[in-house]
Design a protein around this ligand. Structure first.
Ligand code: MCN
Length: 687
């Protein structure tokens, strides 16, 4: 009865062709009674604002807080010798995966069986949500298939109405039915990202040591709660408010509400770009206000290095315990690569000749590979966060791996195969990775939160260990030795200290022939594991942007972008670099170009690429990327996630650089995206 945002589906039209469907849809006549709308979270939470849902008085969804306590931060701020305050807007963004969403429902009445082909990041999660909570179907009668997905960036986690609808409609008309979004539907109907308004205060003592961080955020969740909407501004945001700093008092409060806008869900980083933006804008602003070098201010406040083995993990004020880190290490290396001292001189010289050059920093930490299931469950998650892997050794010794992770551009077919090939000592081309089909892979949680390598990869390692364990028993029988006396290397089991060995392929064949075979051992070489991680992994890094602002037009030219990231051990350097580059483009896009504009009636004014600017190659410099390695102490690969780091770290570095460039104009803050007219207007104001 009520349409709550532009893009809220109201009717379904089915036809033979797309053209017929569009003609028929234009004949659907709807009469709307216009209701008042509210799109801004501040306005939505005010007394008397238009109400979206009867169940949510004043549009309030939740109040949430975490940290050392309000009294503690207030007292620390009161005693601080300097307090930096900022009001920060993290604008709403559209995800814009290269391929729009699509779904096919195919009902087979002979078997009373439903197949959904969908562009999702998590087929099993979609099947569960759709069967248990939407259509009430028995899970064994439904197969969800989606191995080839052209990008997701978080927007394809959500169980969308079109998925359930295609399945339902297909049964009604007993034919397969297909729907594919057009780009404007992507803008209006896909879950969107960010949309926070925040007040932040950071207090320092007279030595420049951070004494307190107080953050109050209002989160706009859109018109309805999407799958992860309550998680993002809470446990993926507030729990990282410590940043990389040893601040003794940290407290964050979040008020979340609904507005007449598209639902907000994950967008690359989901919560972590928002928290990094708050902290890192405050740090560079504080450095400018106190007249200290922003790098020095960071060095003074970093948590000292710890490896999580000899030194314990770092317990933050906001629940999380970081696994391992060397924060000064990444900043030192990045500064050296950037030639910071020379760069500062160049900047100062450029200023004297009328060029507005600026340098901006960001040092970030992120939490990915969310875990363990029991802990997230106790915090309210209605899902476990383990991952599954089934490894099937074929009789000829080749390997098929069925993973619960989902690749939609991250290169798992390469990196997962590398893990298996390296571990078993077999050629890469002997390994096939299968994903994205509930009819084939074990129940898995899919891909988001940069979890696939740390969690899904660890499940693969666990299964390989089981394969090796069983293989050793078969090999021992063939070699007439005891399994404890064997060692595995170069794709064969060898009796230690001898040249007696049996090849992996021969063991595989015996596992399926079971002729010359250990008594009591089951035939076959096929193992499944579920890996439930002990903790998140915590990648970190240091980013620097160097910009020049055109004094006549306000146009920002990003001259250099230098990074040093630490994602633990690296499986594939080329894929890691590609992930970092893509992430940087995303984060820089938010700083300089991207942003949703809803008018006050709830109309989305930026519903096409004519009005919404994605970064293009000529907006970006060649990135100068480097890394350090601080292994993760709690997963068998020693790896941390990389899929989101670029997005999380880069945005504040760019904004900090532009504000540094405008320091002679007294500009202290700017609203993203830093469009030329905004930058120019800020410069005029101060003239
Ligand atoms: N990797 C590695 N060594 C490491 C860490 C990762 O070699 N230390 C490799 C992995 O094996 C994997 C890739 O890098 O091939 C990314 O791994 P990981 O960090 O585990 O992230 P996920 O695979 O779980 O991918 C999710 C992440 C997220 S959350 C978003 S959003 C995002 C991203 O990946 N969406 C993407 N990158 C994307 N890239 C493309 N092309 N398309 C998307 O939709």
């Amino acid at each position: 009865g009520k349409v709550r945002y532009v893009g809220d589906a109201v009717a379904v039209v089915i036809a033979e062709t797309q053209a017929q469907a569009k003609d028929a849809a234009s004949l659907v006549n709807l009469e709307y009674e216009e209701l008042p709308a509210v799109v801004d979270i501040d306005e939505a939470l005010k007394e008397g604002a238009p109400q979206l849902h009867d169940e949510a008085p004043n549009n309030y969804i939740f109040e949430w807080e975490l940290g050392s306590g309000l009294d503690a931060v207030d007292a620390a701020l009161k005693s601080a010798s300097h307090v930096t305050s900022l009001e920060i807007v993290n604008q709403r963004m559209v995800t814009n995966a290269i391929e729009p969403r699509s779904a096919i429902g195919d009902y087979d009445d002979a078997r009373d069986y439903y197949t959904l082909y969908t562009s999702t990041q998590n087929p099993h999660v979609i099947r569960l949500l759709m069967c248990a909570f939407v259509l009430g179907l028995p899970e064994q009668k439904v197969r969800v298939i989606g191995p080839d997905v052209g990008g997701g960036f978080g927007s394809k986690i959500f169980h969308y109405i079109e998925e359930a609808l295609m399945v339902w409609v297909s049964k009604q008309i007993n034919r397969p039915v297909k729907w594919t979004a057009e780009r404007t539907e992507g803008f209006t109907c896909d879950a969107q990202g960010r949309d926070h308004k925040t007040k932040g205060q950071m207090g320092f003592d007279s030595d420049g040591k951070m004494v307190a961080l107080k953050v109050q955020t209002k989160a706009n969740l859109g018109a309805y709660l999407s799958t992860l909407s309550t998680l993002i501004p809470t446990y993926l945001y507030g729990t990282l408010m410590q940043g990389l700093y040893s601040t003794p008092a940290v407290h964050v409060t979040v008020d979340a509400g609904v507005t007449n806008t598209a639902p907000v869900d994950a967008l690359r980083g989901a919560g972590r770009p928002e928290v990094t933006y708050v902290i890192e804008r405050l740090v560079d602003t504080a450095a400018a206000e106190m007249g200290v070098d922003p790098a020095e201010l960071r060095f003074k406040n970093f948590i000292p290095p710890f490896d999580g083995v000899k030194q314990e993990g770092y317990q933050t004020q906001v629940a999380l315990q970081y696994d391992s880190g060397n924060y000064e290490g990444v900043l030192k290396k990045m500064l050296k690569n950037a030639n910071y001292e020379k760069l500062k001189k160049e900047r100062d010289a450029a200023r004297t000749s009328g060029k507005l050059m600026g340098i901006g920093f960001s040092t970030y930490i992120e939490a990915c590979g969310a875990a363990p299931s029991a802990v997230v469950g106790s915090l309210g998650a209605r899902a476990g966060l383990y991952e599954a892997a089934n490894i099937r050794i074929e009789p000829t010794g080749s390997v098929t791996c069925f993973t619960g992770s989902h690749s939609h551009g991250q290169g798992h077919a390469t990196t997962f195969a590398q893990i298996i090939a390296d571990n078993l000592g077999i050629p890469l081309e002997n390994v096939e990775i299968v994903h994205g089909d509930t009819g084939k892979v074990p129940f898995g949680m899919g891909t988001y939160g940069s979890r696939s390598l740390a969690v899904g990869g660890s499940a693969i390692v666990k299964s390989i260990e089981k394969i090796k364990e069983k293989g050793a028993k078969i090999a021992a029988h063939l070699l007439e030795a005891s399994a404890e006396d064997l060692e595995y290397a170069d794709a064969k089991w060898t009796v230690k200290g001898t040249d007696k060995s049996v090849a992996f392929g021969d063991v595989a064949l015996q596992a399926y022939l079971a002729h010359n075979y250990p008594e009591g051992l089951e035939p076959g070489l096929n193992e499944t594991s579920y890996y439930d991680p002990a903790n998140f992994t915590y990648p970190f890094g240091a980013h620097m942007a160097v910009v020049e602002v055109d004094p006549d037009t306000g146009k920002v030219d990003l001259k250099r972008f230098i990074t040093c990231d630490d994602v633990g051990n690296v499986i594939n350097p080329m894929i890691v670099e590609g992930q970092i580059q893509g992430g940087l483009a995303h984060g820089i896009g938010q700083a300089l170009l991207e942003g949703d504009v809803y008018d006050e009636n709830g109309q989305l004014n930026t519903a096409s690429f004519l009005d919404y600017a994605m970064p293009r190659a000529d907006d970006l410099p060649a990135f100068e990327i480097d890394h350090t390695v601080t292994p993760c102490p709690h997963n068998p690969l020693g790896v941390k996630g990389v899929g989101e780091t670029g997005t999380i770290g880069s945005t504040p570095a760019v904004v900090n650089a532009v504000i540094d460039a405008l320091s002679d104009y007294g500009v202290k803050d700017l609203q993203m995206p830093l469009l030329p007219q905004r930058v120019w207007a800020a410069m005029q104001k101060s003239n």
